[in-house]
Design a protein around this ligand. Sequence first.
Ligand code: ADP
Length: 271
Amino acid sequence: MVETQDANALTAYNIQDKDPIVKYREIKKAFGDTEVLKGIDFDLYPGERVAIIGPSGSGKTTMARLLMTLEKPTSGTIEVDGRYLWHKEVKGQLVPADEKHLHEVRGDIGMVFQHFNLFPHMTILKNCTEAPVKALGLSKKEAEERAKEMLDKVGMLEKAKDYPASLSGGQQQRVAIARALVMRPKVMLFDEPTSALDPETVGEVLQVIKDIAKQGDMAMMLITHEMSFAHEVADRICFFDEGIIQEQGPPSQVFTQPKTERLQEFLKRFH
Ligand code: ADP
């Protein structure tokens, strides 16, 4: 029995009984001569919320981009729900995956970036129905029903007929979150979702993410510089530095009893 007063830590403990939904194994990534990721082993469990923290340039975004297949690892494997990202298993051998396989695995992952990139010429509703119609083959009616449900969840249903330019940055980011949720991904990845926003709209976006984290059982990977948010929402914190995971654990441990000097130094910046 794990003795802890941290409810989040207890959740993390319980879900370790399941198989990971995302598995990174010995992942290395170099750009030219620069090795940005130096051997990442990382598991994300169904329903688990992991916050990834660390200094700029430590490789956090690269780690996320690999999962979205926006970058290819130099070596190592990534599995999502039992399927390899870049490979296919044929008769016990790993062979390079085709585009169809990549497309299918990618469908399990939803991503929200720093820059929301909504289509400016489409209404908010159309922004959220485009992918489910084109990529999932839903009818327009089904896609609109899903989109309205998700827009309601992020408090943006009233703006369904408006265009992105008439919304604040925070509102646009809430729409981008709804757009990702419409695809019903198994894993949601947030890469610094508030760092491009005006300070006054940061809170509303963090609140929406907290609400989603409370409601669903979707696994979430959150790259963030918002330490109190990470503390509140995450089951586990991973501290990245110089291309490796230096330290990880429940927020109560990582934030109050950091083991490595590097993490101690990093956390001082937020006091
Ligand atoms: P973080 O998200 O922690 O700030 P990144 O993953 O964005 O870190 O970047 C890690 C390092 O990799 C940085 O030094 C960055 O300049 C470098 N890098 C990222 N993407 C590329 C790329 N496409 N080409 C060359 N270098 C890159």
